[in-house]
Every structure is written in C-alpha cells, then in structure tokens.
Ligand binder design. Structure first.
Ligand SMILES: Nc1ncnc2c1ncn2[C@@H]1O[C@H](COP(=O)(O)OP(=O)(O)OP(=O)(O)O)[C@@H](O)[C@H]1O
Ligand SMILES: [Zn+2]
Length: 636
C-alpha cells in the first residue's frame, strides 16, 4: 500500500535553469583516448630493433673492432651506441661509463668511423626525445583546457561548442518579483534586506555596518529557493549569476577552483550582483563524503577557493551570495563561519496557508469553475512542495483539456492530486483473477484497520489498480496538519501498515510477497521508535543518531553503531515486540469486522477504486469530515 499522504513522493521537478551535468562517459572517453595516444607515441617511434639488428656486448664489439669487422659507430650520451658492421648489418650495444677516451682511441686505431660523441646524438634526435617526453604533458594540458571549455559552453547553453571566453554560469536579469513568491512571508522579510543593500551598498558601509555576504537557504527540493533568489535579484534589478554546485565538481584537480574564481571575477565586474549557488552541498560537503570518481583534492580546492573568494571581496562591491541546499548537515562548518554563509533562511514545506497562496499564484492564468475551492485543495495536499503544487495546477489543466474543457473543475484537481499521490494508475487491471482478489483482501485490510484504529489518519481512497511496483494502494490523508506524532498515532500507523498482511492471513490463510514494502516500512518505523524516539519500555529514553557512522568500540575496533552489541539485541527484541503487538491489534480488528471486510473486498473487485467516504459508510461510522476533530487545535 502507499501511505504517502503526509509525505507525498517528491518528484524531481528540476530547476529549469539548471544545466545538465556533463555526462561521465565523456570524461572516460577522453581519458581512454589520451592513454591510447600516449602509449602509441611511446611505442611507435622508439622502433623496436628489427630482426636484422644484432645486439653486441661491449667485449664482442671490442673483439669485432680488433678483427676489423666494424665499419661505423654512433655513440649517444646515455651510453647506447648503434652502427654498421662491415658486412652491412646494423648492430647496437651499450658502452660502459668507464670505457673513456682509451676506448675511442682503440676504435680509431681499428679504423672504425666514429660519428657520434659522448656528448649525445644528433640535434634531431634530441628534439625528438624532448617532444616524446613532453607530449603526454602537452596533450594532457590541452585536453584539460578543452574539457573545461566544453563543460563551460555546455553550461551556458551552447552545447558542445567550445568558446574562447570561459562562461560557466547563466547570467540574466530576472523579472521575478516577491509577488511571484507566494506565502513564506517570514523568509521574504529576511531576504528583503538584501534588496536594500544591493541597491544602496554605500549606505551600509557609510554607517559602518557589515553588510551581508552570504545567505544560505535551507529546505527540501521544490520549495522555491531558486524562485526566492531570483526574486531578490528582480526586485533589486541587479544581474543574477546562477550555478549549480555539482557543475564545479570536475574530474581534474583545479578546474572547479578556476571556475569559482571566474565566477566571482565576472560578478565583481558587474556588481552589484547576486550569485546563486544551487546544491551548494556538492562543493561544500565535509571532506569525508566523496564520490568515487571525484578526488577529495578537487573538492577541497574548490571549497577553499570559494571560501577565499567570500573572504576576499570587498563588502562595498555589493555582491551577495545566495546558496541553497537541502542537506545543511553535510556542509563543511567552515562555510558557515562569520563572513561567509552566516545567515540561514529556512524554507520548509509550505503550510496550509502557504499552499493556498501558492495555488492561487499558479491558477492565475487559468479559468476556474465556481465550484473549485482552493482551500479544500490546499487542505488535501499536506506535504506538497511549491513545485508539487505548480505541477498539480498544471495537471488539473491537462485533465480538463483531455475532457475537452477550458474551465477547470473541482474534479480535475482531485484527479490530478490522486495521480500525483498515487502515481500514474494504469487504465486497466492486468492481474490474474486470484491475484486481484488477494490484492483486494490486502488493501481492504489496510483500509479497515485505518478506519477502526482511532488515531490513524483517515482513509480517503482505496484502489486495486496497479501502478508501478505497487499492486494496489490505500491512501490516507490527515485531517489536520501534523507537526508532532504521538505514540498512539505511531502504534496505529504500525497496525495499519501490518493490516494488509493480517487480512491476507485471516482471509486467505497465508501471507504473500505483497506485504514486502509494508513490512520494510513498519520495521523502519518501529526501529526508529526504539532507537531514536525513546518509545520503548526496555531501552527507555535513549536517542541514538539515525545513521550510525563509524565509532571506535573498545576492544572490537571500528563499529557502525553507537551502542553495544547487547543493546542491539535489545533493540531487535523490542522492534519485534512492537511489530507483533501491532499485528495482533490489526488481526483482532479484522476478525472483529470480518463482514465489513468481505463487503469492502466485493466493492473493490466490482469498482476497483472505492472512496474513503464509502468505506466509512460501510463500516457504519461517520466520515471523518463530520467527526468532531478533538485534539485538532494547534498546540500553543
Ligand atoms: N512559494 C512559491 N510560490 C509560487 N511558486 C512556487 C513557490 N515555491 C515553489 N514554486 C514553484 O515551484 C517551482 C520550483 O521551485 P524552485 O525551483 O524555486 O525550488 P527549489 O527550492 O529551488 O528546488 P530545488 O531545491 O529542487 O532546486 C517554481 O518554479 C514555482 O513554479
Ligand atoms: Zn500493503
């Protein structure tokens, strides 16, 4: 089942201005070509001695010379020598360093023509040697230059065409204003000061105030961080330089640093200006988190250059660096020190009020049926980001167009929302009849447990239409915006997660692979309850870090968990206890309401999708909208 109501899947909506990162295979291709070329250069001209060239030892050479068999000799400074014998055959040999002048005198006496000296070969061969030695460096340097040029031009949109002038960023003057950013009044107020500073930098320096240099916007994807940065530039009417952190991270050491330098140089020329760095964690992450391809050296150099640039520019120039990340925890602390990104603006997922406002912005250019209640749409989309809401408005319009209408109805929004939450449903059910029955039993189990467990989120839809990996789905939507989850809610959530499997066991007498995903989610939640939330009786109030990392564990050396092995055994036992308890609860509810379950299974098999309200009707309970919402008042 898909219980994504409170956290709908965050689709990668992408930033329209973000350049595609250069494909990795391209780098590898260059590297392979380079290596092949160098290997070729080394092997071809060095001329493996042909079969007719004989190798002579030094003493053989002396003997042959005494026997007047040697015609010529060319001696090089490295001690190697080649020449021809009187019978016309070429030979090669090595002269020991101790041979000295006496050797030359002897050859002379034996009538050998000495065409080289101990001072080295011909000028031609010296140049050849030099070229061979330098070739790899020259080629490497050239490719390096090409690569940075290529990546640069890719970034500025001129795909694949190397430009002479390096440009690694988009520069524009956005027409975006704060009116385009709906909601987020607090965040907007915080960045408004930047607009004032960008318009009158002298005013700040005149008063001896230290103007802001860097502001870090922290929030999940699609919450409008890019939009807000563009709005600041638009309001201040200053140039907007935008880059993504990942575009700095190249394979070759030094490229990223050079790009950072370039970017700041260009921005300084056009100051006052805004530099916007999306995904700043790609450069600014702590030293440990490195990908296999990119060396730490490169990342560190790029980061150091960024730090140096931020320290270096004169505050009076009027450059503000806005950076965005959704992983502030991985940032190197050096980035957050005073004078760098010392201000943080948190941009969380939009609240109900924000969602209403964002929806209003995105339906501005659309015609709405009077029946469309944006408040209701906002209520039904908890956990949606701004980008999700923009997507929702667009999908609703597409649904309307498909139905041959130009005015959007309430139903269009609902269909669009379901499509986004549940994923794209396939038009027809492709399951075998027995499978379809099993899926209906499974989903009905989730739904009924959710309906009868009072703290669980209400059911809004049950379906046995497959989408992607999931064969069916039970959708729950919270009535109120939750900021805090009580133990009773978590326990009910576990029971609902296990309800699908319990139902299969009760009705069909056996489990199936259909519960895999549910079990993984339930186990994850239970282990969080025990390890992180302190919600278990045997471990008590402990909260261990979510993701272990490596810890030095006394005699046992490196361990990946922050607690002893005995504790792990307790965690395992406690997780199992929570899951068993939830399973018992689910099974008991299903057994007690077996008639309703069978009824719901029939409905699902007949209609494939059943509305939440119908599930409550069949259970003989008032639909949640009509229930008194005790405990719904927000905490003070
Ligand atoms: N507060 C908002 N008001 C209006 N539209 C919004 C808002 N927040 C997001 N959007 C819509 O979502 C789109 C994506 O937002 P944006 O790219 O700014 O998000 P982001 O936080 O930068 O995401 P990412 O972290 O993925 O880069 C915007 O172009 C806009 O259409
Ligand atoms: Zn399930």
């Amino acid at each position: 089942m898909t219980r994504q109501a409170s956290t709908p899947p965050t689709r990668d909506t992408g930033t329209p201005t973000a350049p595609p990162s250069p494909p990795a295979w391209r780098h590898w291709l260059w590297l392979v070509a380079l290596v092949a070329f160098v290997v070729l250069l080394f092997f071809l001209p060095s001329g493996q001695p042909g079969p007719t060239t004989s190798k002579l030892t030094y003493s053989q050479l002396l003997a042959d010379a005494s026997a007047h068999k040697v015609d010529t000799i060319t001696i090089r400074s490295d001690g190697s020598a080649t020449g021809d014998l009187k019978n016309g055959k070429p030979y090669e040999t090595v002269i020991p360093a101790q041979a000295g002048q006496g050797f030359l005198d002897k050859l002379q006496a034996d009538g050998v023509q000495i065409t080289g000296t101990t001072h080295g070969g011909s000028a031609g061969s010296t140049i050849l040697t030099l070229v061979l030695l330098l070739a790899p460096f020259l080629i490497f340097g050239y490719l390096w230059w090409r690569l940075s040029q290529g990546a640069t031009s890719r970034m500025s949109g001129a795909a694949g065409v190397a430009r002479s002038r390096a440009r690694l960023f988009d520069e524009e003057r956005p027409g975006t204003s704060f009116a385009d950013v709906a909601g987020y009044e607090g965040a907007k107020a915080e960045v408004k000061e930047l607009v004032d500073f960008l318009q009158h930098p002298d005013r700040y320096t005149g008063a001896g105030a230290v103007p802001p240099r860097g502001v870090l916007m922290v929030g999940p994807p699609g919450t409008g961080k890019t939009l807000l940065a563009r709005a600041v530039a638009g309001e201040a009417s200053v140039p907007f330089f935008s880059v993504t952190g990942s575009s700095f991270v190249e394979m070759f050491v030094g490229v990223g640093a050079a790009r950072v330098r370039d970017l700041f140089q260009e921005a300084r020329k056009r100051a006052p200006a805004i530099i916007f760095m999306d995904e700043v964690d790609a450069i600014g992450s702590r030293r440990s988190g490195s990908s296999a391809l990119v060396s730490n050296d490169e990342r560190e150099q790029t980061l150091n250059q960024l730090l140096a640039e931020m320290d270096g520019f004169d505050p009076a120039t009027g450059i503000v660096v806005l950076a965005a990340t959704n992983r502030p925890d991985v940032l190197d602390p050096a980035l957050l020190r005073p004078g760098r990104f010392d201000r943080q603006v948190v941009i969380p997922l939009p609240t109900l009020v924000d969602r209403r406002a964002i929806l209003a912005v995105h339906v501005r250019a659309k015609k709405l049926d009077p029946g469309v209640d944006l408040d209701a749409v906002a209520r039904g989309t908890p956990g949606f980001s701004g980008a999700d809401l923009a997507n929702l408005a667009n999908e609703a319009a597409i649904v309307a167009v498909r139905a041959g209408r130009t005015v959007l109805s309430a139903g269009d929004f609902e269909e669009a929302r379901d499509r986004i939450i549940l994923g794209r449903r396939e038009g027809s059910n492709v399951l075998l009849p027995e499978e379809k029955h099993a899926v209906a039993v499974h989903e009905a189990g989730h739904a009924l447990v959710a309906v009868y467990a009072d703290k669980a989120d209400p059911v809004s839809k049950v379906t046995i239409l497959p989408a992607g990996q999931a064969l069916g789905a039970t959708q729950q939507l919270p009535l109120i915006e939750r900021h805090l989850y009580g133990e009773d809610f978590l326990q009910d959530t576990l029971a609902v997660l296990l309800g699908g499997r319990s139902s299969e066991l009760v009705v069909l007498g056996q489990g199936s692979t259909g519960a895999t995903n549910d079990l993984a989610k339930a186990t994850d939640l239970a282990s969080k309850m025990v390890r992180e939330f302190g919600l278990s009786s045997s471990l008590g109030p402990v909260g261990y870090p979510a993701d272990g990392g490596a810890f030095l564990d006394g005699s046992k050396g490196l361990s990946t968990r922050p607690y002893a092995e005995e504790t792990q055994a307790m965690v395992d036992a406690e997780v199992q206890r929570l899951l068993r308890q939830a399973e018992e609860r689910a099974t008991a509810l299903i057994k007690a309401h077996r008639d309703e379950l069978d009824h719901l299974v029939e409905l699902l098999l007949a209609h494939e999708t059943v509305d939440g309200a119908d599930v409550y009707a069949l259970a003989g309970l008032p639909a949640p909208e009509n229930r008194p919402t005790e405990g719904a008042a927000p905490l003070p």
